[in-house]
Design a protein around this ligand. Structure first.
Ligand SMILES: Nc1ncnc2c1ncn2[C@@H]1O[C@H](COP(=O)(O)OP(=O)(O)O)[C@@H](O)[C@H]1O
Ligand SMILES: [Mg+2]
Length: 604
């Protein structure tokens, strides 16, 4: 008998959603390939669970809509430690659920239409199935590698129209089994477990019209979909308040520590022209005010188009908290050692010898992994990846230094190798504010797993040297990323779920752009700057419409345009050197933009 009401016996009797209602599919399986890694029972059995599958499939609809730019019903977002979700039920109602991951408790309500008062949501044999609750658990569920992997696999099958029903069913079994075990055995699974408290009566705490009206439940970030009942709180409609620099700088320290002189020089100074956005203050407040609690907020994500001021915002946040600022930039072929640091041969040449093995350099590994691998292991393998070779290298170094530590003096070894902290490790170790730029483009899933481990607050990181670094309580990690709503899909999901706040930074409006640019460039010709700002806006829109995607046109281009205009005093000429050349590398595209946007404005 299940411990949580979510897996009450009757919930297993419910009809499976399409395509799993196919008569060829049996609900129960003893097939080893259908078991989750968390299934530790001796006689293994895995069962398809309708509410789990309904929650997963509804989430996929949103995921697909978000990456395709289409509409889907339902929405999911967060508010502090709470996941808030609007689930489109199979009967056409909207089930609203808030799940508090600190307490494991759910609050829920049923709505016939968005404007109606909430009706009671109960978990009883003949009533609601709990699908909405599984839907709300999805961000938590996806934090797990096995779940994440099988979810994405199943998503692919769904996109293909479930043509391979057997393979899809295997994923479905693993996903159901994974979640069942992680919830039912949460106590013994540590971070992988999901703690849930559902009252034995099945009577959940329900929303009241009053606490909804008061705005008690306002998603501060939207992961995907559009909320109809719970209105996002932090988005538009926020009063614009001007914060003076003096009210931010150093006003949000996370601890009483005093910085070393070197650290102090790494704390950003705010330039006079910088207009403090409200998001910066919000993040500072959240980090500082949660410091005394058990789970201080230290991971944030800023999402928005290029040039909206994300990097500047991180620096301002660091200034607010009086923390040194560092950053790392990710690329599609980022490797884990770029995040965690590498052991470098400490020699002038590019290879080092340890024991009788000549070690390949990092360049060797990058350019020709099989040969590098052969050097290390004596075995030539065609299919070997950089990552495997790197792991092998560490293994060899470790084994050798253990062997030598008896005989050699440690000094001799440290002359052969040196370990270099990356900015990220520095931040973790000494408590800095670090910006991780664009981790979403990392192609190697292993690196992403490593990154996620870093983001988990309680996890210490093990460096290639074997040293264990635990995260300094003041360390603030801010991920910045360009892909706005596409952030919902694939690779970002696991990162997003580790963020305490996800803040969308909108493209600043014309007035804000003008204000910023005048502040930065010192240009006094307001009318000209306004005209240029409007054109930048128009051009970037035009580029989107005509699928010109190889360049960019935003805040940075506007700044350059205005600066050039101040020199040559001709808007059109300045445009050629700046906005127009950034639009695209293709002359045809540039001509198109010139003819449609620029020429009509400046034609004599
Ligand atoms: N709050 C601000 N006030 C004035 N100028 C700003 C502000 N935020 C950004 N800028 C200007 O916009 C430019 C782009 O900002 P940046 O932070 O690099 O964008 P992102 O990291 O989002 O691509 C900066 O060089 C800066 O000149
Ligand atoms: Mg940036």
């Amino acid at each position: 008998m299940a411990k949580t009401k979510l897996f009450d016996k009757y919930t297993f009797d419910r009809h499976l959603p399409e395509p799993f209602n196919d008569p060829s599919i049996s609900k129960h399986s003893t097939d080893e390939s259908h078991m989750s890694v968390y299934n530790a029972v001796s006689t293994k059995r895995s069962t398809l669970h309708s509410p789990t599958l309904c929650g997963i499939l509804a989430y996929m609809e949103l995921d697909i809509a978000a990456s395709d730019g289409t509409d889907a019903k339902g929405a999911i977002g967060s508010q502090g430690a709470m996941v808030v979700a609007e689930y489109p039920s199979r009967k056409g109602e909207t089930h609203v659920v808030a799940f508090n991951s600190n307490t494991g408790k759910f609050t829920a309500g049923r709505f016939k239409s968005p404007t109606d008062s909430p009706e009671t949501y109960t978990m009883k044999g003949d009533k609601e199935s709990g699908s909405a609750m599984f839907f709300a658990l999805m961000p938590k569920a996806l934090e797990d590698a096995e779940f994440f992997e099988n979810y994405n696999q199943l998503l692919e099958y769904k996109r293909a129209g479930f043509t391979d029903l057997e393979a899809a069913t295997t994923c479905a079994f693993i996903l159901c089994d994974n979640l069942y075990r992680r919830i039912e055995n949460a106590d013994s699974l540590g971070l992988s477990g999901i703690n849930i408290k559902t009252p034995a009566t099945g009577n959940l705490q329900n929303f009241t019209a009053l606490n909804l009206n008061k705005g008690t439940y306002n998603p501060t970030s939207v992961l995907c979909g559009d909320f109809e009942i719970l209105k996002p709180g932090m988005k538009s409609g926020m009063p614009i308040t001007i914060t003076a620099h003096a009210d931010l700088v150093g006003k949000y320290p996370l601890s009483e520590r005093s910085l070393s002189t070197t650290d102090q020089t790494m704390v950003p100074a705010l330039d006079e022209w910088y207009v403090i956005p409200s998001e910066v203050v919000r993040i500072c407040q959240h980090a500082k005010m949660t410091t005394a609690g058990t789970q201080p907020m230290r991971n944030f994500l800023l999402r928005g188009p290029a040039g909206t001021g994300k990097t500047e915002a991180v620096k301002a946040i660091a200034a607010g908290m009086n923390l040194p600022y560092t950053y790392i930039t990710c690329s599609a072929n980022s490797e884990i050692y770029e995040l965690l640091g590498q052991i470098l041969p400490d020699l002038d040449g590019n290879s080092a010898i340890i024991g009788d093995v000549e070690l390949p350099s990092f360049d060797d590994i990058r350019m020709d992994p099989p040969t590098a691998y052969e050097k290390l292991s004596g075995e030539y393998r065609d299919d070997v990846t950089e990552e495997v070779v790197y792991a092998k290298l560490l293994e060899v170094i470790k084994a050798q230094s253990e062997q030598e530590s008896g005989a050699d003096t440690p000094k001799q070894q440290s002359q052969k190798f040196k370990y270099v902290d990356t900015p990220l490790v520095q931040a973790l170790r000494y408590g800095y504010c670090v910006e991780i730029q664009e981790p979403s483009i990392i192609a190697n899933p292993g690196v992403l797993v490593g990154l996620n481990a870093l983001l988990d607050r309680c996890n210490a990181v093990v460096l290639p040297t074997g040293e264990k670094v635990s995260r300094h309580p003041d360390c603030v990690i801010i991920v910045t990323t360009n892909n706005d709503y596409a952030g919902c899909k694939d690779i970002n999901q696991s990162v997003i779920s580790r963020m305490n706040l996800v803040i969308d930074i909108e493209q600043p409006d014309i007035e804000t752009m003008v204000e910023r640019v005048c502040g930065i460039t010192g240009c006094k010709d307001l009318a000209a700057v306004k005209r240029m700002a409007e054109l930048v806006d128009e051009i970037s829109q035009r580029c989107r419409e005509t699928m010109i995607t190889d360049g960019s046109c935003g805040m940075r281009e506007l700044i350059a345009w205005v600066q050039s205009f101040m020199v040559c005093e001709d808007e059109l000429e300045a445009a050629r050197y700046t906005v127009l050349s950034s639009v695209s590398a293709d002359p045809e595209n540039r001509a198109e933009i010139y003819n449609t946007c620029l020429a009509p404005k400046y034609a004599a």
